[in-house]
Design a protein around this ligand. Structure first.
Ligand SMILES: [Zn+2]
Length: 130
């Protein structure tokens, strides 16, 4: 099975490596891709584990899970990815459908590296409707 993140690689050799905990995502972009794949594959534990503990309190996990279950994830497009030391920024568009309606989730996410591991810190939505 091809990885949902659009890498054209096999899932088990792509984001699956991070989901299973064998390796940690080496870059902010890799983490972003693996988090998108986690939504697509309903790996909510992975999403929690890769979220900055300080951010975790602000996230509605139940709503996230419900959304992940309802949505069909079509593709991920990385618009821009930057890293500076322990800070990373990834702008992306996630294409998905809910009840046959197509949506684009356009977000700029910030990431933080701590003890060699990247964490999702916050996201700023740019536009949600197609
Ligand atoms: Zn992948």
């Amino acid at each position: 099975m091809k990885c949902p993140c659009g890498s054209e690689k096999e899932y088990l050799k792509c984001c699956g490596v991070y989901h299973s905990g064998k390796e940690v995502a080496p870059t902010a972009e890799a983490l972003m891709r693996s988090r998108y794949s986690a939504f697509a594959k309903n790996q909510m534990a992975y999403l929690r584990d890769t979220t900055d503990p300080q951010t975790l309190d602000l996230i509605d996990e139940e709503a996230n899970q419900e959304w992940a279950e309802r949505a069909q994830f079509l593709k991920l497009e990385i618009v821009k990815a930057e890293e500076k030391g322990t800070k990373g920024t990834v702008e992306f568009k996630a294409f998905y459908t809910v009840d046959d309606e197509e949506y684009i989730h356009h977000e700029v996410s910030t990431f933080r590296k701590q003890a060699g591991q990247w964490f999702f810190k916050s996201g700023k939505i740019k536009a949600e409707k197609k």
